[in-house]
Ligand binder design. Structure first.
Ligand code: GCW
Length: 661
């Protein structure tokens, strides 16, 4: 199947035919070789120039890839001036990233090769920068909105040019690890750690390794039973320990250099240590000990909560679960265990406070998990550029120590000097021709990588960069698409669930408005609306969730005077007539944002229509179809939400707009 090149299209800047540059490399491993290949492709596309490797006379080469101690092996220093460039690093990954940076810069400034006058030095902000794929071996993707898997089909592993292009895309934005299968390990996926799959996995691993990407799998906690024929998976049972130790030795022998395993345990029906009366340190450490001799890591997901809650019970609070489970275990995990924590305490809603666990753990490796797949943010049918949201998450200070204590500091390992940590994103890719369903959703994929490598970048800078790399330099296209991207997350938030309360979606598939879709269910996701008001009281008078934060944040959220409007219903149950900091009542805020949000979606479509002459017909058609749907669907959201709250409250819109009473 044909597919687009996304941001690696290298659209022409100017033609300098018949010119051939030379490149000399101090490195000769596969990663540096792929770097040279990329330079060749890039220079061909951008300038129609050739590139020739030279082994001698390195000093005279137009581009020199130089080994330089003192630069982080995944960092780089690039200098480009007067038609010559030097890309230096102490490691091949750094050189590869430097090459991608150079190609990016050429496109950003859009100058002739000889005119580039630029230097940049970078050290990655995070040790681990990871894509998580929720791909099943059957080929379907859990929460996938862009077609089928390009890793698996009918329980077989697919390896083709797309595998290579995926690795190029990932590496181009600094991704250094990827988990290829769903955390819900289903069907044949249990057998990924068995001889049946070693050969194709080895081939895949080799491709990834060539782009500096470590391969990881999700494993099934009950594998000793399912694969090993034991009658238990108890992490404290010696037979189980021995089974995992032998299994790890076998897996790493087949796949040397494998990154490690990811585990979703005791979560949404998955097996785990709780079955055996053990805790999650017992479970994670047992696996960590099994993989340690191989140099492997265990990434343990913290998405653990009671999914059989009684909605009548107002004291149990799902938001508390993650902290309640893991805080008591702080300091007990092995050095090769990383706890992977979702950005918020619930589940990838359009707005949530950050998980208090980031501020709690002081002696544990942690990693931030975000969702680039737009499960709750429009499923890649609506545009929703999430990088500004992730930026806010990273910038949130937890005030948990004197030193640096933002989420970015904490997950990178900087705060407490941890060697491991980083950021992971549930990806939005599939085998659709444009990789991500919505053409503009590729900005999230790109942006996550860029942000995880360099957490000082802004959402806007990344958006502008992505647009230019993808569509070339056409001011109107650039301005319009950047503008739409930057307005898209606030727009989506405004016509969906209000003021941080979340959910209000159709059960199971999570698309489209359904205010009570989860209200009387077992999932712990309630808005508690009645005729007087709505919201969840998570203060000390309510569920006490607020108190999981350090005092400064706990007080901020606990007090209505200081709790930010955008999260006020997450933390408080308020009457519809309560006046927000904006000066509006809760109910009027709901009406106003829903009318404005749907209007914004209509405006997006108008903006896209103006680009028709400037975009390739296929791209335009795809965009037009998605934006038309978004416009219509945002009206559905607006009317369902407004009508629901009008009917509950009986309070009319102060502006007398149409509400379907
Ligand atoms: O958001 C929920 C999703 C599940 C997912 C789970 C998780 C992979 O609806 O589909 O399962 O989160 O993160 O484990």
């Amino acid at each position: 199947m044909n597919y687009t090149k996304c941001w690696l299209a290298y659209p022409t800047i100017c033609r300098e035919q018949e010119r051939t540059l030379t490149v000399h490399s101090d490195f000769d491993g596969p990663v540096a070789q792929n770097g040279v290949k990329e330079l060749t492709l890039g220079l061909k596309g951008l300038y129609d120039m050739g590139l020739e490797p030279v082994t001698e006379n390195g000093a005279d080469a137009s581009i020199r890839l130089v080994r330089k101690d003192g630069i982080h092996p995944e960092g780089y220093a690039v200098q480009a001036r007067g038609g010559k460039a030097v890309v230096a690093s102490s490691g091949e990954r750094g050189v590869l990233y430097g090459i991608f940076a150079l190609l990016r810069q050429l496109q950003t400034v859009q100058c002739a090769w000889d005119d580039l006058d630029w230097e940049e030095e970078k050290t990655p902000s995070n040790p681990m920068r990871m894509f998580n794929h929720w791909d099943n071996l059957t080929g379907d993707i859990e929460r996938g909105y862009s077609g089928q898997s390009f890793f698996f089909r009918d329980n077989e592993i697919i390896i083709d040019q797309r595998t290579v292009d995926y690795a190029r895309m990932a590496a181009s934005v600094g991704i250094n690890a990827t988990v290829i299968n769903n955390v819900n390990v289903k069907g044949a996926a249990v057998e990924l750690i068995s001889p049946r799959y070693y050969k194709p996995l080895r081939d895949m691993q080799e491709i990834f390794a060539g782009y500096g990407i470590d391969l990881y799998f999700c494993i099934e906690f009950a594998a000793p039973i399912l694969l090993g024929g034991l009658d238990t998976a108890d992490p404290c049972d010696d037979r189980v320990k021995a089974w995992w130790t032998d299994k790890a030795a076998e897996v790493w022998q087949a796949l040397p250099g494998l990154g490690g395993f990811m585990v979703k345990a005791d979560s949404e029906g998955r097996p785990g240590p709780f079955t055996y009366g053990r805790n999650h340190a017992d479970g994670a450490n047992m696996l960590a000990d099994a993989v340690a001799p191989q140099g492997g890591k265990i990434i343990w997901r913290c998405f653990v909560y009671d999914c059989q809650q009684d909605w009548r019970d107002t004291k149990t609070d799902r938001a508390r679960a993650c902290y309640d489970h893991y805080m008591p275990l702080d300091g007990q995990f092995r050095d090769n265990v990383i706890l992977q924590i979702k950005n918020g305490p619930m589940d990838f809603q359009v707005r949530e406070p950050v998980s208090p666990l980031f501020g709690g753990l002081k002696h544990t490796n942690m990693m931030l998990e975000v969702q680039v797949a737009q499960e709750y943010t429009g499923q890649q049918r609506h545009v929703c550029y999430l990088i500004p949201w992730f930026r806010q998450v990273l910038d949130q200070d937890l005030y948990c120590q004197e030193g640096p204590s933002t989420v970015a500091d904490l997950v990178s390992g900087r705060s407490y000097g941890n060697a491991l940590g980083g950021m992971a994103a549930v990806t939005n890719t599939g085998d659709d021709p444009n990789w991500t369903g919505h053409d503009l959703a590729a900005a999230n994929l790109y942006g996550f990588g860029r942000l995880s490598y360099d957490t000082s970048l802004t959402g806007e800078a990344i958006a502008a960069e992505w647009v230019r790399l993808t569509y070339g330099k056409e001011p109107k296209v650039e301005d319009t698409l950047t503008d739409i991207l930057m307005k898209s997350w606030p727009a989506y938030e405004s016509y969906t669930a209000p003021l941080g309360i979340g959910w209000m979606v159709n059960p199971n598939h999570h698309y489209g408005p359904n205010v009570d879709g989860y209200e009387y269910a077992q999932w712990g996701t309630y808005h508690r609306a009645d005729w007087k008001g709505l919201g969840v009281d998570r203060t000390s008078r309510g569920t006490g969730y607020c108190q999981q934060y350090a005092p400064k944040l706990a007080n901020l959220y606990e007090n209505l005077e200081t709790c930010p409007d955008e999260l006020v219903l997450f933390f408080h149950h308020l009457p519809y007539t309560y006046v927000l900091k904006s000066g509006k009542t809760v109910i009027q805020h709901i009406y106003d944002t829903h009318f404005a949000g749907a209007e914004q979606a209509a405006e997006f479509l108008r903006q896209i229509e103006e680009l028709e002459p400037l975009l390739e017909p296929e791209v335009y058609e795809r965009l037009h179809a998605r934006f038309s749907h978004q416009k219509e669907h945002s009206c559905q959201w607006r009317d369902v939400i407004n009508t629901y709250f009008y009917r509950k409250s009986g309070i009319p819109d102060a502006q007398g707009r149409k509400i379907y009473a």
